[in-house]
Write a protein that binds this ligand. Structure first.
Ligand code: GCW
Length: 705
């Protein structure tokens, strides 16, 4: 098997091996007729030619007439105008950049049509068509109609202008700012292709811990080049802005959103941006959080800040994505409650081109969190989802953790905001509250590593984010299945084991890191490995704040006897979660401080259950290793050994988490490990003293070391 380095992602277009299928494909797919020439239609055509030629092992060309086996590529209006085909019935449910793919008889000829209302729709349809062949789907019959459920499907890059990536584990930033705008790396185009293939239509180029320089003319001209490369692929460019930019690069004395000069400065800046990038998407802002400046520095509200920017962007159709990730250690309130307290009073006060971007959970991208209580509570304001694709809290780039189940768990959670069936997914797709503007963002895991994401399987997390952004009702397993087929192979003997590895990997990570609702017990600052003993520095960045372990038990009481964060959820959730016995066990220690000897559903005590879960996490990784080893001859050696070695590291890290956490918690529980338990091989002191230098990803430009 030929070695592969992973650069091609899921767009490998490997020649179809199945004999019967390839015969059918070759018979049915002959040539391509493109309705018109434009930058987007060119890339759609090129992709189809490239993809089909490789998949079929035969050169596919374009044609002018229509023959049997022609694939017509064009927007609905063009096809209807040039041929007597009425596509109306096919398009009844299509909206936005949706598409149809049909097989039909035209003037007695068996043909295919890939069409959309927009050219980008045609491009999306093209990628879907290729996916059918990549995943060995028979093409007869064929009638596919797809529309995106969410409008803005965006990657957030936490990339700094110096080339580092905050929480990035796959090398440096893709954007070579130093050599832009002169040098245009071919990777920019491949990045755009990959995104378009899964329906991503926006990229925030720079870190939310933003540097004002990105708004200077020099950097805007660099960003323009990226926007030009991305445009044919339907990807808009957005920027993170630093709220104090008017002072830092504008020479003003204040950044007060009510100050006339400040308002004028932003208006002129926005007008300058649109002069350079006419289809610029808009701004994202992290304000008054983790040391970032914001409107509250001037006694103004988050809405005042967001609306000031929204005003400036409005004439051009730009949006503001205002982050709800706001908390302050000077406020003596459970961190999990703070965003809700801050934003609920502002509901309905934002301009209509503002979205509030909310992380999936109320703390911070932990292996498991309940959904954020703002979902379902802010009824007058469109909320946008923010997931983290990069694995800041899930093992960086050494751990194989497929995030599909994590994303789905949140999207499918019922908020009960309007009664049963008020899922988070329905809130962000706008259907529950009839929002006109909808969006979803993922913090990217992409860098300059040859395989883009550091770990070959981390590519699957980029993929699943895009697919769910397009349609959050898809299943994590069916998306994994597509991805495996395209990335590795369609062979059953590989498909089933790899799918089972992926589908169990998230729960495994939860188990060996933070089982039963534990959270935020990682090492300080770089977040690599366990650190349940961290108790120095600002309290809301310690671990002891979150696990509250003491001789009586462990867990954060967020019920009425504690912080009462539970009161921020709907009644049915409150009722279920308020009681230790009915609270789902996988979130028990999130909501309750539970005694060590509490009897769990399994019959074990809480302490034993904790031991059991940590061990189950380690065991699951061992199982993944065995599974991977068993398919050695089904994967090329280069990727096989890379994943194999990473799984070896993952097992060591899982053991490290388990041992460090249990030894530490045991110092409170004072209970022995269960009989026959696989005991830690080192002392607690050993784990506490472990130091790690130069861990990747800790490049917050505003934290002084
Ligand atoms: O999880 C935390 C990260 C920070 C990040 C912050 C945020 C960009 O540790 O590195 O800063 O979240 O989301 O703003």
């Amino acid at each position: 098997m030929k070695n592969e380095d992973g650069y091609s992602l899921w767009l490998r277009y490997f020649r179809v091996k199945d004999n019967a299928l390839i015969e059918d494909y070759r018979r049915d797919l002959i040539n391509i007729k493109v309705m018109k020439s434009s930058p987007t239609m060119e890339v759609a055509k090129d992709e189809l030619i490239r993809g089909l030629s490789c998949l079929l092992g035969r050169e596919i060309t374009t044609c002018t007439g229509i023959k049997k086996g022609t694939i017509i590529l064009g927007v609905k209006a063009d096809i209807e105008a040039q041929h007597s085909i009425n596509l109306e019935p096919e398009f009844t449910t299509i909206v936005g950049d949706g598409y149809v793919i049909i097989r039909t008889i035209y003037e007695g000829k068996d043909i295919f049509i890939i069409s959309g209302l927009s050219e980008i729709g045609v491009l999306y349809g093209t990628f879907h068509f290729l996916r059918l062949i990549q995943t060995h789907v028979p093409l007869n019959p064929l009638s596919i109609k797809k529309s995106p459920k969410i409008q803005l499907r965006i990657l957030n890059h936490w990339d700094n202008l110096d080339g580092t990536v905050e929480r990035g584990y796959a090398g440096c930033s893709l954007w070579d700012w130093h050599r832009l705008p002169g040098l245009i790396s071919p990777r920019y185009k491949d990045y755009a292709r990959a995104n378009a293939s899964i329906g991503i239509n926006g990229a925030v180029l720079n870190n939310v811990n933003a540097n004002s320089l990105s708004l200077t003319i020099e950097y805007l001209e660099k960003a323009k080049v990226l926007a030009d490369v991305f445009r044919p692929y339907g990807i808009k460019v957005y920027l993170s802005v630093r709220f104090s930019a008017p002072m830092e690069i504008g020479g003003l004395k204040t950044s007060d959103p009510k100050d006339k000069k400040v308002i004028f400065w932003w208006k002129s800046k926005v007008s300058e941006i649109y002069g350079i990038i006419p289809d610029f998407g808009g701004f994202i802002v992290k304000a008054n959080s983790e040391g970032q400046p914001g409107p509250q520095d001037y006694g103004r509200s988050q809405a005042d800040g967001a609306n000031m920017l929204a005003h400036a962007l409005k004439p051009y159709g730009g949006v503001v994505m205002w982050r709800a990730f706001v908390y302050d250690f000077n406020i003596k309130e459970d961190r999990a409650k703070q965003a809700f307290n801050e934003f609920i009073p502002l509901d309905g006060m934002f301009m209509d081109n503002v979205l509030i971007q909310v992380k999936n959970g109320p703390i911070d991208f932990q292996p498991r969190e309940p959904f954020h209580p703002l979902f379902g509570a802010m009824k007058e304001t469109p909320l946008m989802m923010e997931f983290q694709i990069t694995q800041e809290y899930l093992g960086l780039a050494t751990n194989l953790v497929y995030l599909g189940p994590l994303f789905k768990e949140c999207l499918d959670s019922d908020t009960y905001a309007e009664g049963k069936g008020s899922s988070v997914g329905r809130i962000i797709d706008g259907s529950l509250y009839n929002n006109k503007l909808t969006g979803i963002a993922g913090v990217a895991n992409i860098g300059t590593d040859r395989n883009w994401c550091g770990h070959h399987f981390a590519q699957g997390n980029w993929y699943v984010f895009g697919r769910l952004a397009w349609d959050h009702t898809l299943g994590a397993e069916e998306i994994a299945d597509e991805w495996i087929r395209m990335t590795f192979s369609n062979c059953r003997e590989l498909l089933n084991p790899v799918s089972s590895m992926m589908m169990t990997s998230r729960e495994a990570a939860v188990n060996y890191m933070t089982p039963l609702g534990l959270h935020h017990i990682m090492a300080h600052n770089h977040h690599y490995g366990p650190g349940p003993w961290v108790d120095q520095g600002r309290p809301d960045w310690t671990s002891t704040y979150y696990h509250q372990a003491d001789p009586s038990g462990i867990g954060f009481d967020r019920t009425v006897t504690g912080s009462n964060a539970l009161s921020q959820y709907s009644l049915p959730i409150q009722e279920l979660y308020a009681n230790e016995d009915t609270c789902p066990e996988n979130l028990l220690l999130w909501f309750h401080h539970v005694s060590w000897d509490k009897q769990m559903k399994s019959g074990r005590t809480l302490w034993e259950e904790l031991c059991f879960k940590y061990e189950a996490g380690v065991e699951a990784v061992r199982k993944m290793r065995q599974t991977w080893d068993s398919i050695k001859d089904k994967v090329d050696e280069e990727r096989f050994t890379h994943v194999q070695a990473s799984l070896g590291i993952q097992e060591q890290e899982a053991i490290w988490w388990k041992s460090a956490c249990l030894l530490y918690f045991q110092s409170f529980s004072r209970l022995p490990f269960p009989k026959g338990y696989d005991l830690p091989t080192h002392t607690l002191d050993y784990y506490k003293k472990k130091r790690h230098y130069f861990v990747p990803g800790i490049y917050n430009p505003f934290i002084k070391k």
